[in-house]
Design a binder for this molecule. Structure first.
Ligand SMILES: [Zn+2]
Length: 71
């Protein structure tokens, strides 16, 4: 399956939104929520918007999936 990402501008979101997305995370590796992420980036893949960043604890990739209601 080819990766068809469309980059989106995370920084175009309001400060409030950005802060919320950065803080409200779920890390599969830590099995813990709201550890926070660094280096956030945003992209569209198969009609779903993802906010991706690096877990503040383990440095692994954390993904937040946005449903259509969120954007
Ligand atoms: Zn983690």
């Amino acid at each position: 399956m080819q990766d068809e990402r469309t980059e989106r501008d995370f920084t175009a979101r309001s400060e409030e939104d950005q802060q919320a997305f950065i803080e409200q995370t779920w890390c599969d590796q830590c099995q813990q929520e709201n550890l926070g992420m660094s280096n956030p980036r945003e992209y569209l893949l198969k009609g779903i918007v993802f906010i991706e960043g690096d877990c503040n604890r383990c440095g692994g990739v954390v993904l937040t999936e946005l449903t259509e209601d969120d954007f």
